[in-house]
Design a protein around this ligand. Structure first.
Ligand code: URA
Ligand code: CA
Length: 433
């Protein structure tokens, strides 16, 4: 087999065979196929697309390029959730203990990653003592016993995806549905998921800005998952403004605790109930979505979800007293309000720019080596559709420095007040095929 023939075939719009795709992925991972040939193929895929069979073959070739996690020692159906980006997305922190307390095994591998705020692990590390350095045996034991554990990414999962993603980044081929879908799905499958619940964000703060793109990506991922034997579905949810109020690590942990108590923001609460219900059904812990939702609402009301969160923190060395006393979480030195300059209704809060503002405060990482400040961030006081009086606070900024003028400008520049505004729809669509 020759790489040049594979490139020419795709250039001419013909579908590649499973063997040709595996030849490319293996050869590129091993360094036997040069970047220039891989780039040419990626560009051909960008323009010529891939059939469903090709997408499945690409996904599985990337899964097989490295180690995979075997979760078969954990009883039950392991459901993983994946969100495509977003700003101030506190869903994982809430969902893990929530669905675990409904009996769904949550065996999560998580990374730190780059972004506006830290990843799930960074956020949880704002709880004193919490750690994710578990042996594989401890991890499995915890999930079997208590239904939830989070372990730091270990092992060499999907090396092909790492190499290809880096190449796509510099060859203008990131934004391709078959390439994005196979990239995301390969990581979930390599991490051992039996079933997958996808939260595909749409709007200004999302990877997929339009609803149409989000829908196409959701269908692509759902079809790959179902095609390779992993029960998969997707929820398309709004990211035209940040989810919830908090953007920042310890601030989001506080928000997650409030949500588990049933006192969280309306949008975050609704989204975790929608995603959680799907996860409960995928794990076969309820027969239908209504039953699943009722189960989740009851574990919030009776305190079981909150208790599960404490147990989870304790199991991994964390000080669970923060749940009853969130004041024990890291707190920023300064707290300043951003007063509205006029009265009216909030009509826009540009999600990704709010993320940039949080990043300017030190809440996120631009490079892997960056240290993040767990205490800083932004708490919105208003969401789109809310009425506001001149002088009323739009947001509270938690900072390390007293001079926050550039952050203040960023916030003013990205919150619009108009004569009228409507609350955006949170759940756009449920995609099952
Ligand atoms: N996220 C991924 O993991 N892969 C992509 O290709 C795009 C976004
Ligand atoms: Ca939030």
């Amino acid at each position: 087999m020759r790489m040049v023939d594979i490139i020419s075939k795709k250039r001419d719009g013909l579908p590649l065979t499973k063997n040709e795709i595996a030849f490319f992925v293996e050869g590129y991972t091993k360094g036997e196929i040069p970047d220039y040939q891989a780039s040419a193929l990626l560009m051909a895929i960008y323009f010529e697309d891939m059939t469903e069979e090709e997408r499945q073959a690409l996904t599985m070739a990337m899964v097989n390029s490295g180690e995979t996690i075997d979760l078969s020692a954990i009883s039950g159906i392991k459901v993983d959730k994946h969100s495509t980006g977003g700003v101030g997305d506190t869903t994982t922190l809430v969902l893990a203990p929530l669905v675990a307390s409904a009996g769904v095994p949550v065996a999560k591998m998580s990374g730190r990653g780059l972004g506006h705020t830290g990843g799930t692990i960074d956020k949880l590390e704002s709880v004193k003592g919490f750690h994710v350095e578990l042996s594989k045996e401890e991890f499995i034991e915890l999930v079997n016993h208590d239904k939830v554990a989070i372990m730091g990414q270990s092992g060499n999962l999907t090396p092909a995806d790492k190499k290809l993603y880096a190449l796509r980044d510099v060859t203008g081929t990131v934004n391709s549905i078959p390439l994005i879908a196979s990239s995301i799905m390969s990581k979930k499958i390599a991490a051992g998921a039996d079933a997958i619940c996808l939260d595909v964000k749409t709007g200004a703060g999302a990877f997929m800005k339009t609803e149409e793109d989000a829908e196409n990506l959701a269908h692509a991922m759902v079809r790959i998952g179902n095609g390779v034997g992993r029960n998969t579905m997707a929820v398309i949810s709004d990211m035209s403004q940040p989810l919830g109020y908090a953007i920042g690590n310890a601030l989001e942990v506080k928000e997650a605790i409030a949500t588990l108590k049933g006192e969280g923001p309306e949008d975050l609460t609704e989204l975790v109930l929608v995603l959680g219900s799907q996860m409960v059904v995928l794990a076969q812990k309820a027969d239908n979505l209504e039953e699943a939702r009722a189960k989740l609402e009851s574990v919030i009301q009776n305190g079981a979800a909150l208790e599960k969160f404490k147990e989870f923190l304790r199991n991994q060395g964390g000080d669970d007293s923060v749940v009853d006393d969130p004041g024990k979480l890291p707190e920023a030195a300064f707290k300043q309000e951003i007063p509205a300059k006029q009265s009216g209704f909030v009509s826009e809060i540009v999600a990704d720019e709010m993320g940039v503002a949080a990043m300017m405060l030190g809440a996120g990482r631009a490079t892997k080596e960056d240290e993040i400040d767990l205490s800083v961030g932004i708490v919105l006081r208003k969401k789109v559709g809310d009425a506001v009086q001149e002088g009323e606070s739009l947001a509270t900024v938690y900072s390390h420095q007293t001079d926050i003028s550039s952050v203040r400008d960023k916030i003013y520049g990205n919150i619009t007040i108009s004569d009228h505004a409507e609350k955006p729809k949170l759940i756009h669509k449920i995609i099952t095929e």
